[in-house]
Design a protein around this ligand. Structure first.
Ligand code: ATP
Ligand code: MG
Ligand code: ZN
Length: 416
């Protein structure tokens, strides 16, 4: 039996490991370690080994004291029973990180996605609350953002460059070059979707469909532009960053073929583009190429890309909701995700995530634990408070596991 997984509890049961890496995208793709649990646990090249043996620390961020958690305000929801979930009174601290935990079927999704989110959306729109929501107090929250791992864009026209918003600025910057002005090219001409410089063969998608008789259509890389989406005329227009009198910089198709990390080097003079790319790099996405089609990104990459566009604005009026964001993520990626959520909170956002991952729960400012079991055995709030408070609750099943994690001698704060 072959299992592809990140979950350390599942992995620990395997007889043999094959680890691929070391990084992601261009930085991965090789076998970095192979062996039994003991072998991989002691292998310096392994990146998962430490998480399997417990050698790797649990990192817990600096969090407010229990008395201060609600000082920034609160969102209050009172619901009537729904499915097997009982009537609930829920308090969520504003501008904080809240984890909703509990056994499978205990009512987490029902509470958050069927009650809290629709109620807040109705509230923000000035509409009537859903019938099973009796009361909602959420003054000042006007935006609700459910961030899932579903693909971005259904067609290949959405790329890292368009989704992150840098292509518009790049098009303007290329239109401002002397070479473009000589040819009378405007920013619109540099659009691979509608511009005059797009590859006419594939109409800027980089791919064409081959109609093979009696067989389903085959999708192949465009033979003319080789996936670059642009016509040869675009190769004549280079852009040299202001202030550098070195060799001429890359063309736009060349820039789109660069990784985020490489592209940063070429856009030093474009402040907005540079800061957007810098955020992607901070989120561990520096290995993506700008021209990469977003529908093909992995769930975790997609989730981080969606959050990236939110990291450079004030978020005091926003609630972010994530249902099990750590699913499918490597333990190292879970940490990156936590830093992203932390940055959102630093910008004033109220963040609520549903989680089973104990490191994620231990890092929340506030925990709402549902249960005690699933279905008719669940549906109540059994414990709520800081992770430490929930860890010492008598009624919660989560508490025992959370206590183990928080008591580990290696638990330490990632920020002073
Ligand atoms: N549309 C529905 N109709 C009837 N019962 C439902 C419906 N949706 C959920 N339930 C039931 O309500 C209970 C809570 O479900 P919910 O999806 O909220 O659990 P959960 O805590 O999110 O679980 P998991 O961790 O598995 O995602 C379960 O017993 C479930 O079977
Ligand atoms: Mg659920
Ligand atoms: Zn083409």
């Amino acid at each position: 039996m072959v299992v592809v997984d990140h979950d350390t509890q599942v992995l620990r049961q395997a007889d043999w490991f094959i680890e691929i890496g070391p990084g992601s995208g261009r930085d991965g793709g090789t076998v970095i370690a192979e062996g039994t649990l003991a072998g991989i646990g002691g292998d310096k090249n392994s990146r998962i080994g430490g998480f399997l043996t417990g050698r790797e620390d649990i990192l817990v961020r600096a969090r407010p004291d229990a008395d201060d958690v609600f000082k920034t305000g609160r969102i209050q929801v009172r619901t009537a029973p729904l499915h097997t979930v009982h009537a609930l009174d829920l308090d969520i601290p504003r501008g904080r990180l809240t984890a909703v935990s509990g056994a499978s079927g205990s009512g987490k999704t029902t509470l958050v996605l069927e009650s809290l989110v629709p109620a807040l959306k109705a509230h923000a729109a000035g509409a009537e609350l859903p019938s099973h929501v009796r009361e909602l107090i959420a003054d000042g929250i006007t935006r609700v953002n459910v961030v899932d791992a579903s693909p971005i864009g259904i067609n290949v026209r959405s790329t890292v460059a368009t989704y992150s918003g840098v292509l518009d600025d790049l098009r303007r910057a290329y239109a401002a070059t002397p070479a473009a002005r000589d040819r009378g090219l405007k920013a619109g001409d540099f659009s691979y979707n509608t511009g005059s410089l797009r590859c006419p063969t594939c109409e800027g998608t980089g791919h064409i469909e081959l109609d093979v008789q009696f067989l389903p259509d085959v999708d192949i890389v465009c033979p003319d532009c080789e996936g670059r989406r642009y016509a040869p005329e675009a190769d004549a227009i280079r852009r040299t960053p202001q202030g550098s009198d070195d060799e001429p910089g890359p063309t736009l198709p060349e820039l789109l073929a660069c990784t985020v990390a490489q592209a940063v080097e070429h856009v030093g003079d474009l402040k907005k583009v540079r800061s957007r790319l810098q955020i992607l790099q901070d989120l561990g996405l520096g290995y993506l190429t700008l021209g990469e089609a977003t529908p093909a990104l992995s769930g975790g990459e997609t989730q981080r890309l969606k959050l990236a566009s939110e990291l450079d604005r004030d978020q005091h009026d926003a609630l972010f909701v994530l249902d099990e964001p750590s699913v499918g993520l490597h333990p190292l990626d879970v940490r990156v995700l936590l830093t992203v959520l932390e940055r959102l909170v630093d910008h004033g956002a109220t963040v609520v995530f549903i989680e089973h991952d104990l490191e994620m729960i231990a890092n929340a400012d506030h925990v709402v634990d549902l249960g005690p079991g699933g279905g008719v055995d669940g549906g109540r709030i059994v414990a709520t408070g800081t992770p430490e408070q929930v860890a010492h609750s008598a009624d919660s099943v989560t508490s025992r596991y959370l206590r183990d994690v928080l008591n580990r001698p290696s638990a330490r704060r990632s920020r002073p």
